[in-house]
Design a protein around this ligand. Sequence first.
Ligand SMILES: [Zn+2]
Length: 283
Amino acid sequence: MPELPEVEVLARHLRPLLRGKIIRGVNVRRAKVLAPTSPQKLSRTLRGAKFTGLARRGKYLLFQLNGRIAGERVTLLGHLGMAGRMFLARKNEHLPAHAAVVFDLGGANFIYEDTRYFGRLTLDVSAATRLGPEPLSKGFQPRAFARALKRSRQPVKVKLLDQTLVAGVGNIYASEVLFRARLSPKLAANKLTSGQIKRLWHAIRVVLAEAVRCGSTVPLNFGRGKSDGLFYFGRAPGTPDFYEEQLRVYDREGQPCPNCRRPIKCVTQAARSTYYCPHCQRA
Ligand SMILES: [Zn+2]
């Protein structure tokens, strides 16, 4: 499931490809992903619109367009859900079976494919307004972060998934961040000391920035293979051998901890898997 780093890498890939392109036609094949926007409304709003920019907020993509009417600005919100993909393909290429929305850009199609239809592509941008700070921006302040943690009795791993605390951290990077910060995933958020909070704040930034940097240098096959290779960095089939495994604990149950060589453990918290090293993450 894509989290902040994967979505950021995708945004950087798509931004120059979409800039200046005009939407000539809108083909909605799975209306569910547009909700609450109707296919008619999407088509009416976007036909003739021009892509001007693409931003990322948390795990959301925000496509900016100039509408057909002079001065009209439109924002389209995208979310990849569990297994969504967004890519450009030549017009003469067959559409994938699970293409949910296809924009005709003249020479190419911009395709949103989603085998499970948990993602979104909609004119309703309200979801992106309810997010906490961007972890890699100046708006992510240690003091406000500490105050928010103090208000929660949830285990810190579960609290990290709360998108109002900090935007873009999901199940994979929550485990990775706690390993980096040497904190037990079971610690109650409001019991963290100020030193532990500082370590956590720092680990969030370092782990996410590293993953973005790493993803930006890996040859990914956007839209051209069975997978984009965007998820589980370093483990995508066909990834070159020189590419080093980046995830240190996630999905590595029973494998040796990179620090102490003792086995990584997996526990379930709030119905999601948490991976950690019980020896290195005792605090
Ligand atoms: Zn360890």
